[in-house]
Write a protein that binds this ligand. Sequence first.
Ligand SMILES: *Cc1c(COP(=O)(O)O)cnc(C)c1O
Length: 404
Amino acid sequence: MSDAVQRADFDRYMVPVFAPLDMIFVRGQGSRLWDQQGRDYIDFGAGVAVTALGHAHPAQVSALTEQAGKLWHVSNYYTNEPALRLAKKLCDATFAERVFFCNSGAEANEAALKLARKRAVNLHGPEKIDIVSFNGSFHGRTFFTVSVGGQAKYSSGMGPNPAGIIHVDLHDEAAVRRVVGRNTCAIIVEPVVGESGVVPVQPEFLRLLRELASEHDAALIFDEVQSGNGRTGALYAYMNSGVVPDIMTTAKGIGGGFPIGVMLTTAAFADAHFTPGVHGSTFGGNPLACAVAEAVFDVIRTPAVLEGVRRKAAHAARRLREIGREHGCFAEVRESGLWLGCELSDAYKGRAGAFMQASAAHGVLHIVAGPDVVRLATSLVISDEELDEGLDRLARACAAMRPA
Ligand SMILES: *Cc1c(COP(=O)(O)O)cnc(C)c1O
């Protein structure tokens, strides 16, 4: 029997919750990927904002291989050195005083939401469980996080959703003032809304959420699963806004491709409420994940890398606007660091998926954010040459998308 596999095997063996493109990648280096046929692609998607240092970055390869020879897993009956080192670095670099490790963004949000409820119920009684969230937001795929997320298509048709979740529109000040009250235990928001188009939340609106949360002793939760870890050019997006949350979650980029999630919070929030047994995870804080994340974090937080993100982002946005003008495809290009949302013009509305296909055919991989937005999330350390090569290929794909 042959070990050779091909794309058709996906349809034969895999649960069809995904519909992957036709190629199968076998190798990556920097911001280039190669498929089974040896074709190369410039990677402008970074595995959905995950491979922050590109592929096979020496710092993360050596962290992984070194740790792999030492210790993989011990469980949370014990702690371990990589977890403690990473926790210390995250607390030193952010508002946080306590961290909880898990394996994904959804799990980090699950922990955040449970903590917010537990704390509110402990301090104020069983009525204080309301979670205020925003239409169009995305917080993960567990049942609690799809229910809190603002996209009904992900949470409907699976029986009753958890109670006490209220959705309002982003930037609708009157609506938020109306729904936040004495029974609110948390307000959760992405400081830059990722899946719905790379839309930065206005700082004044974040300030309002901060005020309302404080006024009602509710947790302000920032979901920085995608916006964090240097993506926007700041280490975390909250640092740009001047608004500090009570709880922050992150995942995606911090592992550089190794699964890890983190919930960060203050001692006041965590200590009295998340006590032994209240929450947990088998793999959370495992030495392999934490060793890799520590190496990734050490690279990302250097001023040179963050400066590079801002410089390359400005360049990419400029070129994307040119491409948009030349081919009439982009109505607007929103830049939040190396995270760009190209809003399709009216003539191309609803066809972001077709752009993704055309780009792949021209040797550049980007992603989408809904049907109307072409989303780019490159490696944070992409070289100028790779960036320009990818943009050239993208321009050719946009030309090919023009009606004949
Ligand atoms: C991707 C994402 C999540 C979910 O992360 P997973 O690791 O897929 O569970 C949650 N929130 C935001 C903002 C995300 O972009």
